[in-house]
Design a binder for this molecule. Structure first.
Ligand code: ATP
Length: 324
């Protein structure tokens, strides 16, 4: 249908709300921690970590378009579990960017969830990274990637990594990043559960385990074999080097996670680990075909609500389209 028009003597005007609305589409990946070493809880409540992140081809998509005020809508699997109020990390990212650049925070953010919710793959942080990039483009704030990285760090420890992607070592709370050199692609199968695990609860279980004997200070010195495996593109050595200090704590809260871990080993996975704070189980496969075999084994054994396969490393938050 043609939009209604106003007629004057010389020109025909189209009302503003009938103009095509600009839309910026950004994709950001989820992550798996190849290694996660956790130290003792500090007086400020945080735990120092030494971690090796890898961004994998399981994506969140954030579509930003003009709107009066901030509106967030969510689609995709498990979207019911995602808050649409001010606690949503994408909303926090948009507000922070507007505040720091002095623009009015008018935007509709539509999130398409591909990364498991509360699954230990940092889907919320990926949304925050994607929202920063999307609003920066929509509002033409023109911030540099370094400026965005500084904003990202104040939104959460995993957000800076999801902005850059690829593979990186994270120190501090995981936000002090050093890129890691890698060769080739690694293939993953993920066993996903509908019922997520709270990161805070997993850290509390970790603290309970270490009440009498505090854990050592986390150090990337323990990840030399892992870094060598990445550099050589040696998936067998990488599989042997996967490590997660939070895994026993996640198993305390969800003992049946032992099942997908065992199923992956039986299916010949090169290594298997709980991703971050869980409950997603990440299995490293020999190649793409083998990743499908491991995923099929998860399904056949009934140890996952959903399975995913992916490749890593991949790039961080990127604009995929910027137009009408
Ligand atoms: P991490 O490994 O970074 O701790 P996670 O992958 O385990 O995170 P997320 O899906 O990132 O978990 O989010 C955890 C919780 O954060 C959710 O249960 C939800 O209540 C809240 N949350 C806030 N914003 C979002 C968002 N955009 N997407 C998903 N969850 C969000």
């Amino acid at each position: 249908m043609r939009p209604p028009t106003w007629h004057s003597e010389h020109v025909t005007l189209t009302p503003v709300d009938a103009l095509p609305s600009r839309e910026v589409r950004v994709r950001a990946p989820g992550k798996v921690n190849l290694s996660l070493r956790v130290g003792a809880r500090q007086p400020d409540g945080y735990h120092p970590v030494s971690t090796v992140f890898q961004a994998v081809s399981v994506y969140e998509e954030v579509v930003a378009s003009p709107h009066e005020g901030i509106l967030v809508t969510v689609g995709g699997p498990q979207s019911d579990a995602v808050p649409t109020d001010d606690s949503n990390l994408a909303v926090r990212a948009a507000r922070l960017l507007a505040e720091r650049t002095g623009v009015v925070d008018d935007v509709h953010l539509h999130l398409v969830k591909g990364v498991p919710v509360a699954g230990g793959m940092a889907g919320g942080s990926a949304d925050a990274a994607a929202a920063l990039v999307a609003c920066d483009a929509l509002w033409s704030t023109g911030l540099s990637r370094d400026d965005l990285a500084r904003l990202a760090a104040s939104l959460g420890a995993d957000v800076p990594f999801l902005l850059t992607g690829h593979t990186a070592v994270g120190a501090g709370r995981g936000d002090l990043l050093t890129p890691a050199l890698t060769r080739g692609e690694f293939h993953w199968a993920f066993a996903v559960r509908d019922q997520g695990l709270s990161t805070a609860a997993v850290y509390a279980a970790f603290d309970a385990r270490h009440r009498d004997a505090p854990p050592p200070a986390p150090s990337d010195a323990d990840d030399v074999p892992l870094m060598q495996a990445l550099l050589a593109g040696d998936a067998v050595a990488l599989g042997r080097a996967l490590h997660n200090d939070l895994q026993p704590a996640a198993l305390d809260l969800a003992p049946d996670l032992a099942e997908p871990l065992q199923v992956a080993r039986d299916a010949g996975a090169l290594g298997v680990v709980v991703s971050g704070s869980g409950p997603t189980v990440a299995a490293l496969a020999r190649n793409r075909q083998h990743a499908l075999v491991v995923a099929a084994a998860f399904t056949a054994a009934g140890v996952a609500d959903r399975v995913l396969t992916a490749v890593g490393p991949v790039a961080g938050a990127r604009v995929v389209s910027n137009g009408d």
